[in-house]
Ligand binder design. Structure first.
Ligand code: BGC
Length: 775
């Protein structure tokens, strides 16, 4: 398919723009115009003798192209051109497959290019802080390593096709409630270790052409006006040199936003905010060099997009549909697979389809993508019921069982329930399709429960009462609780929102055409109340407090030794895998420390399958509270029955570090570390303890340091011990024996100095601090 529909106002430039000449030649007004939108989706062009700057289109994203062909809006209300609806991020995340996600990215890039779009707005790498976030389907994980690595893979794939991406929403946009105003109140260590790491990994590895700043505030400052975030962290620390674009409508005050590092305001403001930029430069309130830099980045992006704009190319719809099916299958997670009559409930035998019944509206009317700005108009759509019938060659009977309307009509449901139970009674196996109705999760709203709708839970109970083998297939973008009903099932296949080919993928998995290999990138807790953010989410009066700190997702459940329904990293297969021969070596020390871990993974079962080996690192003794273990690396490997493969993982100092809240940098604190490898965060098969030589992490000595801290300081400690020995010898001196140290140890030095004759006076303290902190 190829659609060549350049925006009417786009001057077709013959070659690359001469960026520096344009910056010199353009008027102030023209330069300001290049830093905001023309309309909903396009940048502003310049078309006059001597200055030709094209207008390009940026559009959603992330799991399919949403190029609107009619009136534009950003809520998915108006129709868009057909495009492959790939599985949503929750599904892609659950593949844990960097290579596959990269291939999906390439396909997305081809469609973006063929449609004359310069930048696809995605991926979203925000952390799933709460299972209630209505946009969790658009995010990869509760963990920053997998979010960052899969985000990087998608970016690399898309950008390999000559079009750009926009990693979003930077940063700490972890809820939909009040998303345009709320201040995410997060301490720096938590930001760095949890909420920024995914962005950092993806941005530094894959260099997205654009970064989209979030709507929300971070510690009181809008992301769009946050100089620390957009300039100090993003550009100065991470070396980012692309364009920062606002989320649609995220700019509150344009001049401070530009000064903070926001290059492009979207959508158009009708010239109003361009005039503000011009006035600010004229009055001297804004340095013109800041505007020039934003223009430079924008023009550079236009040059990057030139080859694609001049030759859009085409794509193969059928091949993309097949890729969508592969990705949906590999992202589905087999949560449970119990034995019934001595054999696992799944896979089903296609030859036994005569005794099968399919129940649940979602089998016929698939729920395959989320609502909001990411909503794609698919090129085709597979439903599971037709796919099961096609695969088995049997007209498998079906009953809807429930309606998917937000407020199910009890009367109608009663009739549907009776029909479904009658069907189930005669079946040996029921495949029951349950999930979240579209109205339950969407961009713009958060859920208030993690539970499946009551009418579906009631249906399951009624069906399970008459059939011993009930296989539940779930369709949902955010995790749902399974503990209230899972004992009534023989198997649970979490299909997530699998995109336009999700129905076929489910059929493939049910009948063993493919072996499940997806794993959870988020914990499914026993109950919503167990989640770390419970009580702090979604905040009130414009503030949401990230009170759980770094203990997000599995980090919290592990710290609290809490039972969960399914742990982070969990996912079953139709085969089994063994782990052996973990070998871990350390080289270097402190900031140059590195660790290599190798392990042998063997397919110990009877069919081919893929395993996701996960490497976790724990730092049992540290000066700060650290999670018990954290994911640092992973690899997906496909193995034939009996086949073994040695996997090698290279970890660097950063993988051992924490963000030091006082030194305000990453530090490797020396001591013991535990490297474990396994099939999930709670199915660790091999572990090894290593000793790493750390770096000096002594914080600077100040008048606020305590006596104990001063005694532990390499320089001050020595001086103080000598002084204390001398004081001990002096007649009448207050002895600092063990008993006194209990009291005095926690005293700030300035308090001790204020006590007449205690150990040192103010001028001696000044000298001590100077000796301890030579400049
Ligand atoms: C969303 C973004 C999206 C943009 C354009 C915003 O409301 O938060 O993710 O890319 O709209 O549709």
């Amino acid at each position: 398919m190829s659609i060549d529909s350049p925006h009417p106002t786009t001057p077709r430039t013959a070659g690359p723009l001469d960026v520096e000449r344009l910056i010199q030649d353009l008027t102030l007004e023209e330069k300001a115009s290049l830093t905001s939108g023309l309309d909903f989706w396009h940048t502003q062009p310049i078309d006059r003798p001597g200055a030709q700057v094209p207008s390009v289109m940026l559009t959603d994203g992330p799991h399919g192209l949403r190029k609107q062909d009619e009136a534009a809006d950003h809520l998915g209300l108006n129709n868009s051109v057909p495009a492959t609806c790939f599985p949503t991020a929750v599904t892609l995340g659950s593949t844990w497959d960097v290579e596959l996600v990269q291939r999906v990215g390439q396909a997305l890039g081809r469609e973006t290019r063929a449609n004359d779009v310069a930048v696809l707005l995605g991926p979203g790498v925000n952390i799933k802080r709460s299972p209630l976030c209505g946009r969790n389907f658009e995010y990869f994980s509760e963990d920053p390593v997998i979010s960052g690595d899969l985000g990087a893979a998608l970016i690399q794939g898309v950008q390999s096709q000559g079009v750009g991406t926009s990693i979003k929403h930077f940063a700490a946009n972890n809820q939909e409630t009040d998303r345009m105003r709320v201040s995410a109140d997060v301490d720096e260590r938590t930001l760095r270790e949890i909420y920024l790491t995914g962005f950092e990994r993806a941005i530094t590895r894959a260099a997205p052409w654009t970064v989209m700043c979030a709507y929300n505030k971070i510690n009181g400052t809008y992301a769009s006006q946050n100089h620390w975030l957009l300039t100090e962290v993003l550009r100065e620390e991470w070396g980012y040199d692309g364009v920062v674009v606002s989320d649609w409508g995220a700019v509150t005050d344009r001049v401070p936003a530009l000064a903070a590092g926001l290059d492009l305001e979207m959508p158009a403001s009708g010239g109003r905010t361009d005039a503000e930029i011009v006035a600010a430069v004229r009055s001297g309130a804004l340095d013109e060099a800041v505007l020039d830099q934003a223009v430079r980045r924008h023009l550079t992006l236009l040059n990057r997009s030139l080859p694609a704009r001049t030759s859009p190319g085409s794509y193969d719809e059928a091949a993309h549909h097949a890729l969508a099916r592969e990705a949906a299958a590999d992202g589905a997670v087999l949560l449970r697979n119990e034995n019934v009559d001595g054999v696992p409930a799944l896979p089903l035998d296609p030859a036994g389809a005569a005794s099968l019944a399919v129940i649940g509206e979602f089998a016929r009317t698939p729920r395959y993508q989320g609502a909001g700005s990411s909503q794609v108009r698919p090129t085709m759509l597979d439903d599971a019921l037709s796919q099961i019938r096609a695969l088995t060659g049997t007209e498998v009977p079906f009953a809807a069982g429930f309606t998917t309307t937000a407020t199910p009509d009890a009367g109608a449901d009663a009739a549907l329930l009776t029909e479904a139970v009658d069907l189930a009674r005669g079946a040996e196996t029921v495949v029951l399709f349950l999930g979240l109705p579209a109205s339950h999760e969407s961009e713009g709203i958060d859920r208030d429960t993690m539970d499946l709708p009551a009418n579906q839970v009631a249906l399951l109970a009624a069906v399970a009462a008459v059939c011993a083998r009930v296989v539940v297939v779930l369709a949902n973008g955010s995790a749902v609780t399974t503990s209230p009903w899972q004992d009534q099932t023989a198997a649970i296949l979490e299909g997530w929102l699998g995109g336009q080919a999700g129905g076929g993928a489910v059929a493939d998995l049910l009948f063993g055409v493919r072996t499940p290999s997806g794993k959870l990138t988020e914990t499914i807790p026993l109950r919503l109340e167990d989640n770390a953010s419970y009580g702090n989410f979604p905040g009130e009066f414009g503030h949401v407090r990230y009170g759980e700190g770094v203990l997000v997702g599995y980090r919290y459940y592990d710290a609290k030794r809490m039972a969960v329904a399914y742990p982070f990293g969990h996912g079953l297969s139709y085969t089994t895998f063994g782990y052996s021969d973990l070998a871990v070596t350390v080289t270097g020390a402190g900031p140059t420390a590195s660790v290599q871990a190798s392990v042998v993974v063997t397919n110990t079962g009877g069919v081919a399958g893929a395993e996701v080996a996960q490497v976790y690192v724990g730092d049992p003794q540290a000066a700060v509270l650290r999670p018990e273990r954290e994911l640092k690396a992973f690899a997906k490997v496909t193995l034939a029955p009996g086949e073994s493969r040695t996997l090698t993982f290279d970890l660097d100092a950063r993988d051992l570090s924490y963000w030091h809240p006082v030194l305000r940098r990453w530090v490797v604190e020396g001591g013991e570390f535990v490297v474990s490898v396994g099939a999930s965060s709670r199915d660790l098969r091999e572990a090894s303890s290593i000793t790493v030589v750390g770096e000096d992490i002594t914080p600077p000595l100040t008048a606020d340091s305590t006596l104990s801290e001063a005694l532990a300081h390499p320089v001050a400690g020595e001086i103080l011990r000598a002084a204390m020995a001398q004081a001990g010898d002096a007649a009448g001196a207050m002895p600092l024996d063990e008993g006194m140290m209990v009291l005095a140890g926690g005293m700030p030095l300035k308090v001790i100095a204020s006590f007449d004759g205690m150990l040192f006076d103010q001028s001696q303290l000044d000298a001590l601090i100077q000796a301890a902190n030579p400049s």
